[in-house]
Design a binder for this molecule. Structure first.
Ligand code: GRF
Length: 187
């Protein structure tokens, strides 16, 4: 059984999807050993509801070191599922190729510092892109720069708003995230 720690900052619908896929055996050979949030958020409640250990480490300079102290030593994979803090580079190096993130654009486009949530979708619409999507990638110390594992695309409508685009992209995320996790855990 591979052990996964999941990091969240928000509503945690991707976390929920991962929990559901593990329960339905759509993600095989996996168990969530811990959910960590960097702020109060609904993701923690989702974990608690499924009897998954969960902890809040307040965001800030000490976050990566605190996480390093509490993360179970036998963790096989760290998954960032809507996680907003930037992790220290030595932490990223320690978990090289054992930490993945989901980003709501077709990286390398619209990634990097400050490109999160509605900022991404607004920039995509402003740039008059015809398509956008989601990317699952390995985490490195360069924000949103690690190797790409899987991408999914959506077409933009003429009247697309940041909200409507976010909704469409979430659906793509629910498709590609479990597939990417399976690919990494069970190659
Ligand atoms: C997703 O769009 C993900 O790509 C981004 O943050 C959002 C998290 O959504 N990194 P949720 O909390 O899983 O609903």
């Amino acid at each position: 059984m591979k052990k996964i720690t999941i990091l969240v900052s928000g509503s945690g619908t991707n976390l929920q999807r991962i929990i559901d896929c593990i329960e339905a055996n759509e993600i095989q050979n996996a168990k969530i050993n811990l959910v960590v949030a960097d702020r109060e958020c609904f993701g923690l409640e989702r974990a608690a509801k499924h009897q998954i250990d969960n902890v809040l480490i307040p965001r800030g300079k000490a976050f990566s070191d605190e996480l390093d102290k509490i993360i179970p030593k036998d963790t096989d994979l760290i998954i960032l599922a809507g996680f907003l803090s930037i992790l220290k580079s030595d932490f990223c190096q320690k978990w090289d190729k054992k930490m993945i993130n989901i980003h709501p654009s077709l990286l390398p486009k619209f990634g990097g510092k400050g490109m999160w949530g509605h900022h991404v979708h607004e920039a995509v619409i402003e740039a008059k892109e015809k398509e956008s999507g989601a990317t699952v990638h390995y985490v490195t110390s360069g924000v949103d720069e690690g190797d790409i594992i899987l991408q999914g695309k959506v077409a933009l409508d003429e009247k697309e708003t940041a909200e409507s685009l976010a909704q469409k992209i979430h659906l793509v995320e629910y498709e590609i995230f479990p597939k990417a996790i399976n690919k990494v855990l069970n190659p």
